[in-house]
Design a protein around this ligand. Structure first.
Ligand code: PMP
Length: 443
């Protein structure tokens, strides 16, 4: 039962082609309307008419202005900024949008080398390398680090870019239960025991891949426990901080800082510039030897056009603001604000009876919908009340674990958050999503 006032039947919008046709028929047979064709429920094409910290967006064809609770704009840098924007414009004038060259053949500007040094310093590793796309950082780097005869042990909920990188590497891949250090230990013990009869280690290298904050779960990695297991079994570690770098930790240095892990102990730190820094691209930070190896061998470094210079400048400027090197304490304020906003929003949602995944301090907040038939109703009703949220469903999650994913920003004011909570509460009642007992509200 979907509770949808417009009567959409419970089929999932993620089904394409073959599935859609079959399910469309089945939905019609049940007397409902298939949700794949729910045209008013999705954020199709958006437009932005004002510079208000990426807090609003318009759906072009309907010109409604929506409060944006879906963007990864954790620190509010996805908007004009008094420190970043003039520098980005200057770099655009000086270097243009693209170098039109690969890194090794004229595509490395002074900005690229400055960013690599700055990223290494920021995350606490000896060296770093940057790429034009976060997704490709994972999918191209993993195969450059590991190959046939090696073993990857990957968290079961790792991002698709990691899954594709692992598949493309030629290494054997094992999966451990999401964020479960004891199961990781079990898998490691089992794999190493395969060499026991002749007392050899059956894999040349073992690489354990995890994320700092899981993007569909809003959950912090159990990093200290996982690091201890990896140390015990001499496995290398690869940490994807796409959602945690710049977003958590006292000075924005991600989950290592938040959870008290020394970055020197993590072998490979990966992250993207598309969330907290309001730009594009990704990085790997590691030992000088690993970065040298990647610079010599990684096809995405040797054969892909380098990161766009204005995007590079945006990251350099954003990191400087975070570090207070712009001469103000705006960075520290942004970090404190995103933490305060996230914790407020999470606790209010929980008190309203929503089932919210994830941990305190995480700006990523999935609200469980479960029933795929409720997805279009939730999304459409929020949009009709000028609230833009992102819906995550199959195939990004298991079929019956559909959810709305809220992303909180330092740019949101308390009024924005209260407006968002009011709409979500009303729509949650309409759609039937308050699965838990209700507690006291604090606003
Ligand atoms: N890793 C993770 C964990 C992600 O969530 C994402 C995308 N959100 C990526 C990598 C890819 O990054 P990008 O969007 O910057 O290409």
């Amino acid at each position: 039962k979907s509770n949808d006032p417009q009567g959409y039947a419970p089929i999932c919008y993620g089904f394409q082609d073959f599935y859609t046709r079959r399910m469309y028929q089945r939905a019609k047979d049940c007397g409902g309307r298939p949700i794949a064709s729910a045209p008013d429920a999705w954020l199709d094409v958006i437009e932005r008419y004002s510079n208000d910290n990426n807090k609003t967006l318009h759906r072009t064809e309907r010109t409604t202005k929506c409060l944006n609770l879906g963007s990864y704009n954790y620190l509010g840098f996805a908007a004009a900024d008094e420190y970043c924007t003039p520098r980005v414009i200057q770099s655009l004038k000086q270097y243009s949008v693209s170098t039109c060259s690969v890194r090794v053949d004229g595509g490395t500007t002074k900005l690229h080398t400055e960013l690599e040094k700055l990223v290494a310093r920021f995350v606490g590793k000896p060296a770093a390398i940057v790429f034009g796309m976060g997704y490709a950082t994972n999918s191209a780097i993993i195969p450059a680090l590991i190959s046939k005869g090696d073993l990857i042990i990957s968290d079961s909920l790792n991002h698709n870019s990691i899954v594709n990188g692992a598949r493309g590497s030629g290494a054997a891949v094992q999966v451990f239960q999401h964020n479960n250090p004891s199961h990781l230990e079990e898998v490691l013990r089992e794999q190493i025991a395969r060499g026991q009869p002749r007392k050899y280690r059956p894999w040349k290298k073992i690489l354990v891949i995890i994320e700092g904050i899981y993007s569909m779960e809003g959950e912090l990695c159990r990093l200290p426990e996982i690091m201890a297991v990896c140390k015990k079994y001499k496995a290398y570690t690869y940490l994807d901080e796409a959602h945690s770098i710049g977003a958590v930790g006292k000075t924005g240095r991600g989950v290592c800082e938040l959870l008290g892990v020394d970055p020197a102990d993590v072998d490979i730190m990966m992250g993207t510039f598309t969330k907290s820094f309001g730009s594009c691209g990704g990085y790997i930070a590691a030992s000088k030897e690993i970065i040298q190896h990647l610079k010599r061998t990684c096809p995405a470094h040797l054969y892909a056009t380098s990161m766009s210079p204005p995007a590079v400048q945006q990251v350099i400027s954003a990191i400087k603001v975070i570090l207070g090197e712009d001469g103000t304490n705006r960075g520290a304020k942004k970090l404190a604000q995103v933490r305060e906003n996230s914790n407020f929003f999470r606790s209010e949602l929980q008190n309203m009876g929503f089932e919210v995944l994830g941990d305190n301090d995480s700006p990523v907040m999935p609200i469980m919908i479960y029933n795929p038939g409720k997805i279009p109703a939730f999304s459409r009703e929020c949009l009709s009340q000028n609230l833009a949220v992102v819906i995550v469903a199959y195939p990004a999650t298991p079929l019956l674990l559909a959810r709305a994913r809220i992303c909180i920003s330092a740019a949101h004011t308390r009024e924005d958050l209260i407006k968002g909570l009011e709409v979500i509460s009303k729509v949650g009642d309409l759609v039937g999503m308050k699965y838990l007992p209700i507690g006291p509200l604090n606003h």
